[in-house]
Design a protein around this ligand. Structure first.
Ligand SMILES: [Mn+2]
Length: 228
């Protein structure tokens, strides 16, 4: 039994298949865990959804997943969802054949998954208050510490004193892949290496202490500039 973490997919279904092959994922023997933000922004959210179903992957809620959940709730209640951005409209339309099942699924997706061996979150935890003191918004959006708008500055995990054996997170494509070690073992892994922005999709196999990366099939900025 292996535990395989995969970083933010953002609708990159082809790279998801690539990394399942690269890690030799075996559904009968492995646990697959995703860092959240599975669908938004990228090329193939519906195929990504089908792969999540096929692989029985578990996921924590990302900020884009939370936005999609809101839009699906509005739509299910007979209201027009507020799809302000072009990428939101694209993802919502592409997922249309599966709106009902994705809504039911997203309603039960947790903010974190904790076992004896790891803590999985989308963005991070409050580094001062810890897991128990982390609010929903922090779980799905935290990046810098102290909290600040924008993409630059000291990260939340720079202020975090290791308490959990291993924290795995995503969300921070600008920060790139993060590996922090203690006694030659990682205690912190940031797996959002910007696949949808043309970089890599990253995975980590816990029992083998092994990082696996596959190259993105997207052009740099291809999906970044959809709002323009
Ligand atoms: Mn995110």
């Amino acid at each position: 039994m292996r535990t395989i973490f995969v970083g933010d997919l953002h609708g990159c279904a082809a790279e998801f298949e690539d990394i399942l092959a690269a890690t030799a994922y075996d559904q009968t023997a492995d646990h697959l865990l995703l860092t959240g933000d599975a669908f938004a922004r990228g090329p193939d959210p519906l195929k990504t959804w089908r792969l999540i179903q096929e692989t029985n992957a578990k996921i924590v809620l990302g900020n884009h997943d939370a936005g999609l959940l809101l839009h699906l709730e509005e739509s299910a209640a007979g209201r027009d969802p507020k799809l302000k951005k072009a990428d939101q409209r694209y993802t919502f339309a592409e997922l249309e054949p599966a709106h009902g099942e994705i809504l039911a699924w997203l309603r039960q997706v947790p903010l974190y998954i904790e076992t004896e061996g790891f803590l999985l979150v989308h963005a991070g935890i409050n580094p001062e208050k810890g897991l128990g003191g982390t609010h929903r918004e922090e779980f799905i959006t935290i990046r810098t510490w102290p909290p600040a708008k924008g993409y630059t500055g000291r990260r939340w995990h720079d202020a975090y004193q290791p308490v959990h054996p291993l924290i795995v997170f995503g969300h921070d494509a600008p920060g790139g892949l993060v590996v922090k070690e203690r006694d030659d073992k990682p205690y912190l892994l940031g797996l959002d290496s910007g696949c949808v922005y043309g970089n890599q999709l990253s995975a980590y196999i816990l029992e083998e202490a092994r990082l696996v990366q596959v190259p993105s099939r997207q052009q740099k900025d291809e999906w970044l500039q959809r709002d323009a």
